[in-house]
Design a protein around this ligand. Structure first.
Ligand code: SF4
Length: 404
């Protein structure tokens, strides 16, 4: 199983951001970390007792090989996301990691990632993270041009990134992701190509590239001047094509729509989400998929601080997943990955052949050149990836009128 920890705090809100994040003072951060620890402990306790007497959870644990103190099985990945996890003081991360280690049995080779903002990194933090077993950093650079970083409302400069990247290498991080963005207001194709070049010159193990999406309600969505500076659709498309071309030439394999990695350096945590590995999310707004149910912690910080742990079934959005929902998820999330979905694994999990379930869709998209079957795997072609959302819609069993 996997663990996700949400840290919803940022120095200030970026103009394009609609993630669950906000600025806050030190006192609130301290209270939040204490709540996180309480939530982790009580969840571990609850799972331990549930496995003894709740048949359904026990069955889920057996099937998914999830870890809980009662079963002694292992946690494969931990991911500190946000927000800005690097904003926490080193001893706060230490306290959370110590709690996870004492409540769950963490695999010796677990991937432990932390999202870091170049404006909140320093030597002391980097060394402390390494001491705590954090072995993968995901650094939000977004652009190498300072004027674009300013436009986005980022708190850091390119130089901050460059300095902290070198420090991270010196502290021993040998697995680093750099996040970049395309289609920014005022960004030209040549700016974006420069960003690709500079970023690959740093030789990170992993690069994620996302096209800016204007989210309703964000300051950017109301800024007419900046909206007028957005690149047109054709330039946006060319940036997308350049990402594939440049990163491919530099040895970065594309393994998911927006994610590229050197061989063997794909993000195990995210791959787990796409492959249907169960996960527990801790912290404000964090989602979980556990015991064949989905649920979250809600977004009310005051409620969370007062009562960080709620039994799973009492969460407002608790929803047990039907077999149809899980089959859809396995197919749609699986197709996000370039390697696609394994027919054998699907049949083992659901006792049903993928081609029996989705024969019509598979034939249709094969004929359109959007999907291919290669050995055990069904996957999207490059052309299919480009229109993936349209393809995914047709794999919704309810929409297609199929039930099983
Ligand atoms: S640093 Fe990330 S999470 Fe925080 S406001 Fe900016 S985009 Fe949002």
């Amino acid at each position: 199983m996997e663990i996700y920890i949400h840290i919803p705090f940022c120095v200030r809100k970026c103009g394009y951001c609609d993630f669950l994040s906000f600025p806050c003072g030190e006192e609130m951060r301290g209270r939040y970390c204490r709540s996180l620890i309480e939530e982790i402990k009580r969840t571990a306790e609850a799972i331990g007792s549930q496995t003894a007497d709740a048949k359904r959870t026990a069955e889920a644990l057996r099937k998914s090989e999830t870890n809980c103190p009662g079963t002694g099985q292992a946690v494969e990945t931990v991911f500190f996301g946000g927000g800005t996890p690097s904003l926490l003081a080193p001893d706060q991360i230490t306290a959370v990691m110590t709690c996870i280690r004492s409540e769950f049995s963490l695999n010796e080779d677990a991937e432990i990632s932390l999202e870091a903002n170049p404006g909140t990194m320093d030597e002391a933090r980097l060394y402390s993270w390494r001491e705590n077993g954090i072995n993968r950093l995901s650094i939000g650079l977004q652009s190498t041009r300072d004027d674009l970083l300013k436009t986005l409302g980022r708190i850091h400069s390119f130089q901050d990134f460059s300095r902290n990247y070198q420090l991270a290498r010196r502290a021993g991080f040998d697995n680093i992701n750099i996040d970049i963005m395309s289609a920014l207001p005022g960004q030209t194709l040549s700016d974006y190509c420069d960003t690709l070049k500079v970023v690959t010159d740093f030789c990170p193990e992993h690069i994620s590239s996302y096209s800016l999406i204007i989210e309703e309600g964000t300051p950017l969505s109301r800024d007419k001047r900046l909206l007028d500076l957005l690149p047109d659709e054709e330039t946006d498309r060319k940036m997308y094509e350049k990402t594939k071309e440049v990163l491919g030439k530099k040895g970065y394999g594309r393994y998911e729509i927006s994610n590229y990695a050197l061989a063997g350096k794909e993000c195990r945590h995210n791959r787990g989400y796409w492959e249907g590995v169960p996960y527990l999310g801790f912290g404000l707004g964090a989602f979980s998929y556990f015991g064949h149910a989905r649920f979250s912690n809600g977004t009310d910080i005051h409620r969370y601080l007062e009562r960080p742990y709620l039994p799973f079934r009492e969460r407002a959005d608790y929803e047990e997943q039907t077999r149809e929902q899980e089959m859809e998820d396995r197919m749609i999330f699986g197709l996000r990955m370039m390697k696609g979905v394994s027919r054998t694994k699907f049949a083992e999990e659901f006792g049903l052949d993928l081609e029996t379930l989705y024969g019509r869709q598979i034939r249709k998209f094969q004929e359109m050149g959007l999907l291919e079957i290669s050995g055990d795997r069904i996957r999207l072609t490059d052309a299919g990836i480009d229109v993936s959302n349209r393809v995914f819609e047709e794999f919704l069993l309810e929409a297609s009128g199929q039930t099983w």
